[in-house]
Design a binder for this molecule. Sequence first.
Ligand SMILES: [Zn+2]
Length: 314
Amino acid sequence: MRYMRRLALVLSVILILSITVFAEQPADRYDQIFDATQDGGKLTARFLKLTTRSDDKSGDSTILTSPDGKVMVIDTGNPSTFLDIDNALKALGITRIDYLVASHPHVDHIGSMAQLIRAYEVGAVYTSEVEYPTSHYRNYMDALAEKGTPHITLAEGDTFMFGDDVLVEVLHPASGIEYYEGYPDGSTQFINNLSLLIKLTYKDSSFLFAGDLYTNAEREIAAKYGERLRSGVLKVPHHGAGTSSSKPFREAVGAEVAVMMSDAIEELRIYRNYSKAGSRTLITSIDGAVLVATTGDGEYTVLSQFDRVSDFLD
Ligand SMILES: [Zn+2]
C-alpha cells in the first residue's frame, strides 16, 4: 500500500513536471508556415526569419507564390543566410524560382543571389538599373552569366504579370540612374533610396515591398502616388529602422499588415507608429517567419511562427 502511494506520488510529480515543461515550450509553427498544400488559388508571401552567421545583418528575404503556383523570391539576405532560404524553399517543395528579385544591391539583400542562381532553376533575375561595384554584386552577376539566366532591369512604370493573375507594378526608381562623382563612396543612403518599390495586386488584395527606402524618398513617392500606394500588406522599409517609415508614406499605404524583417527591434517608435495606426505589425526576430495569404478578396490570413510571450512592445 505504502509502495502504491509512493508510486502515485512519483507519477503525479512526473505528470506535473511534464505539464510545466510542455507549457513553457513555445509554439513553433515552422512546419505549418512552410506547408504549401493550402497555397492553391492564393497569393502568399512568406517573410523569412533569417539568422546571420556573420557580422553582417541578416537582411530581407520573402518567398511569394502566385495563385497558379509561380514562385517569386524578393531579396536573399546576407550570404550566410542561404541555409535559411534553401531550407524554406525545400520545405515548400520549390525547385524553380520563376522570378528572383533584388530590391537593391546591398549585401543583406543580394547576399544569397549567387548561391540561389547556382543551386536552383531561375526563370529570370529582376533588379533595378543601379550597378554597385562590390564583390557580392560581381559574384552574382558572374553566376548570372555562367548560368545564362536572363537579367531584366526594372524601372518606374514597368509592369509584368506574376503568373496569370497577379499584376506587378514598379513604382520606383525612375529609369536613368545619375551617379555622383566618387560613387560608390558614401553611397548607403543613395543606394537605399534607389530600392525597387514593387506593388503586387491580386484582385482586391495587394502587397507593397519597399526595400530600404529612406524618409526623403518615401515623401517624394507619397506625394507622387498618394492613394496608389494603398496596400493591404507592407514589407516595412529598411527593416523597421528610424531612417524610414515617414508619416506620409505610412498613411498613404495604410497597411493592415506590416512586416519588419530584422535581427532585433530597430526602433520601438517605428513599430508603435504602425501598431497605433491599426496595422497588425510583425517583426521576424520576435515573431519568427510570417505567412500572409489572400484569396484576392482583400482579406489576409496571417500566421506567425511564434506567439508573443509578452506585450512589452505595445
Ligand atoms: Zn537592408
